[in-house]
Write a protein of this length. Structure first.
Length: 344
């Protein structure tokens, strides 16, 4: 059988042998009673790493963002977020469907940021009974749909200051915050220093099988714990899963740089092939986006699959390729070769 190289997402990563061993041996208890020592350890470790007071283990990034939104907003409140934000595009409208929260989008700039002027422009008038109440700002780092862009400490501080000035609660969708940190050689804590809360994923580039952690103040996490329960996300002996998350934080952060180097190598290889071009420039982190000039995207994806390369298209008719732990140098070479053959 042909070897298959899966570039669809870093979510396809499998747990490492160290994770499987830690899972088998994890000490567990009933986490809804706060009695799972491994979950408690993961939450404390995650919060310490991000310089926050407390953490909450949740099933997914989507749940982390939703729980944070429900904890910060009342029904009828409004959240400002980017048109290319995952929370707007790919979270099933959960904040509206389940929380009665209004989404107010503003454009992401090419570098993934939301401009302070656009944030200010999106504000409602709190004294006017006709209008929803602007309550929260969500910024995504890395910004996936803008090319996996790593947003700088300087920008994150500016966004936080804008939010504070406007009395907005500031949440970071940091599904890949450690990619952003490693790519810029800064501590992740510096990127979230002035935020009220942040969600990050254990189950993407960090390779854990399940889970994300929402971090924030003690009071906010207490409220979020209630929201997680409300959503049916109170898990019991979840230490089995948290054990893999602890290994992810201990062993898998520094190696993300390898994924970034491979993404740049892949982008260089693809940029040389005629009939296609990079749409989001040279990758900052682990994502490469290409557009085909005179070819149908779905036919090219089918052709790549026949050569053992899996990739996804985006809603802008691009192909997105993501590097991760299970993509080595051979996979990068095979991917470039497969594109060359299919594009001939
Ligand atoms: C930027 C971003 N935020 C949130 C999520 C949601 O994470 P999950 O798939 O764990 O719900 C994703 C998933 O790919 C993502 O890319």
């Amino acid at each position: 059988m042909q070897k298959c190289f899966d570039f669809r997402s870093d979510t396809v990563t499998k747990p490492t042998p160290e994770m499987r061993a830690a899972m088998a041996e994890a000490e567990v208890g009933d986490d809804v009673y706060g009695e799972d020592p491994t979950v408690n350890q993961l939450e404390e470790k995650a919060a310490a790493l991000l310089g926050m007071e407390a953490g909450l283990f949740v099933s997914s990034g989507t749940m982390g963002n939703l729980v944070a939104s429900l904890a910060a907003c009342d029904r009828g409140d409004e959240i400002i977020m980017g048109t290319k934000g995952h929370t707007f595009l790919h979270e099933a409208g959960g904040v509206s469907a389940l929380g009665g929260i209004v989404i107010h989008t503003i454009p992401n700039q090419e570098d993934g940021t939301l401009s302070p002027a656009d944030i200010r422009g999106a504000m409602r008038f709190p004294g006017d009974v006709h209008e929803p109440i602007s309550r929260m700002l969500i910024v995504e780092n890395t910004q996936n749909a803008c090319g996996g862009k790593a947003l700088s400490v300087d920008y994150m501080n500016r966004a936080a200051e804008t939010a504070a000035e406007l009395e907005l609660y500031f949440h970071i969708d940091g599904a890949r915050i450690f990619n952003a940190a490693v790519a810029q050689s800064v501590p992740a804590a510096a990127l979230v220093k002035q935020a009220d809360s942040v969600t990050f994923c254990l189950s993407k580039g960090l390779c854990a099988p399940v889970g994300s952690v929402l971090c924030g103040s003690n009071t906010f996490i207490q409220r979020s714990r209630r929201m997680r329960k409300l959503l049916g996300g109170g898990m019991r002996q979840a230490g089995v899963l948290a054990a893999a998350g602890i290994v992810a934080l201990d062993m898998m952060i520094d190696r993300l740089d390898e994924d970034h180097v491979r993404a740049r190598n892949l982008a260089e290889g693809l940029a040389d092939i005629s009939g296609m071009h990079l749409t989001k420039g040279s990758p900052n982190t682990n994502m490469v986006f290409v557009k085909l000039e005179d070819r149908d995207t779905s036919n090219v994806l089918k052709g790549l699959r026949e050569h053992g390369v899996l990739a996804n298209d985006t809603n802008e008719a691009e192909i997105r390729l993501v590097t991760h732990h299970d993509i080595d140098d051979e996979a990068v070479e095979r991917c470039v070769e497969a594109f060359r053959k299919v594009m001939q």
